[in-house]
Design a protein around this ligand. Sequence first.
Ligand SMILES: NC(=O)C1=CN([C@@H]2O[C@H](COP(=O)(O)OP(=O)(O)OC[C@H]3O[C@@H](n4cnc5c(N)ncnc54)[C@H](OP(=O)(O)O)[C@@H]3O)[C@@H](O)[C@H]2O)[C@@H](O)CC1
Ligand SMILES: Nc1ncnc2c1ncn2[C@@H]1O[C@H](COP(=O)(O)OP(=O)(O)O)[C@@H](O)[C@H]1O
Length: 524
Amino acid sequence: MRAFTGTQVREAERPLLAAGQGPALMRRAAWGLAEHVAAVLRARGRVSGATVAALVGTGNNGGDALWALAFLRRRGVEAVAVPVVRDDDGAPRWHAEGAAALRAAEGRVADAVPARAAVVVDGILGTGARGALTLPAAARDLPAGAVVVACDVPSGADADTGGVAGEVLAAAHTVTFGAVKTGLLLGAGAAAAGRVHLVDIGLGPHLPPEPRTGLHGVDRAAVRRLHPAPAPDAHKYTRGVVGLAAGSQRYPGAAVLAVGGALGAGAGMAHLAGPAAAQDLVLAAHPAALASADGPEPDRADAWVVGPGLGADAEARARLERVLDAVSAAGREPAGAPAVVVDASALELVTAEQLTALAASGARVVLTPHAGEWARLRDRLPVAGAKDADAGGAGELERLRAWAAAHRVTVLLKGPRTLVAAPDGEAWLMRDGGPALGTAGTGDVLAGVLGAVLAADRARAVRAGGPSPAAGRPSTAALAAAAAWLHARAGTGPAAGRGAVADALPAAVGTVTAALWWEDDGRE
Ligand SMILES: NC(=O)C1=CN([C@@H]2O[C@H](COP(=O)(O)OP(=O)(O)OC[C@H]3O[C@@H](n4cnc5c(N)ncnc54)[C@H](OP(=O)(O)O)[C@@H]3O)[C@@H](O)[C@H]2O)[C@@H](O)CC1
Ligand SMILES: Nc1ncnc2c1ncn2[C@@H]1O[C@H](COP(=O)(O)OP(=O)(O)O)[C@@H](O)[C@H]1O
């Protein structure tokens, strides 16, 4: 799944409108909307005989709603159109053909939504909205039991950014046309949209193809491609070796969680580089792991994870430097640089110069901040254009893109939903998971999972003859999104029932990974 801004969808529509296909597009959209409304009615007991009201604005969004009412009328629904703008003479200001279709189908016009309405269609504003909306009176007093179904976009939400400048009409469902709009997935727009349903109106060939546009969604089928089962003749080195500079005398547990995440996601080998206390704990929890002061030999690591539980002292800084030096040095070898995950403490320590050196080494680099770490990163390593966007919407996505581009690294922003942005603008949204993951230590597991996914990719590439990010290799952002999905799925399974979710998470990651790899259950 890819989402596009409302602006991109309008661009895609342009040639079709110029070719006179506007009315056909509108009827396709309205048919899809009517189908979804009928499904809601059916779930509530009856279609024929039920009442559906639509709040109808002045533009094409209102036109869609009027046509949908006309289609529903033919299925025995009582269809009531409520114009939200009237001219001075009292005539509704709305889409003329849509209104004619409603009249022909014997729909009614009223000034308010009847109390018996089972569904209210929001056709006030769609992608043509400009600036703040003040909700019309008829939208304020809706019957308590009525289900609100938004036409294309919830009125008041920006289809590009998900921002809400004024008021918004919250919906239980949004039926959107041509492509999922980014504003339905981000920020306040996502909250107002409810469940999003896409109606294909034939825009596909006209939507922009480049990865830098739009927002990719990650699902099981994508993760299967991005993190495939090991080949039948795989061995520990061809499955990928993960080095982890994690844990400290003070925070040894983070090393256990990160190593567990790497093993759970199927690393051929996970090798801790850490102090004695962390080594002991890691080996006690994961006998399959390796643990030493320095971690894997420099030419052995396919990916490094640096940061979980590292702390903020001089020793932490030195450990970060050692990893980054090893990565940069490996970048000069034929096998190329291992990937690096910069997480937790390392996000507070890493410098702009170090990021530049990493980018120059050709390594895949992923930074994994949560919201607080992200705010501090932006303050510490500021970037023009990445500062003043509104948080929580696509503004946040643009800010992430600008920062990733300036520092030439991929950034995975953790939270209730995970956003990934690459330097070339490619972006992914991962919406699985839930609040069960919101306890200490789950991020450490994610860092390990990410290390394993990146290591497996590099090991496959080395085996195939060269690690350079050649054509055919997945993008770093896609791999990061795949890791976030594995982690989120693990956190919504039985592990979510545990109080200490992070402790149970590595094994749950293992279960999800095994199901992905070895169970051909047709759940594509
Ligand atoms: N193009 C196509 O063929 C297809 C389009 N499709 C559908 O069309 C929708 C886009 O339609 P659209 O471009 O007519 O804009 P739309 O969202 O109805 O609103 C514009 C009107 O609202 C008003 N208005 C604006 N801001 C406002 C505010 N803050 N507060 C109050 N009023 C405000 C503004 O009125 P004005 O102020 O200019 O008089 C303007 O007239 C799209 O979402 C999809 O549903 C589908 O059928 C597929 C085919
Ligand atoms: N409400 C939520 N819904 C979905 N995922 C969540 C939620 N809260 C936290 N997460 C996920 O849990 C992880 C928490 O990571 P982080 O904040 O780094 O924790 P820690 O540093 O304690 O390990 C992230 O992957 C984040 O996306």
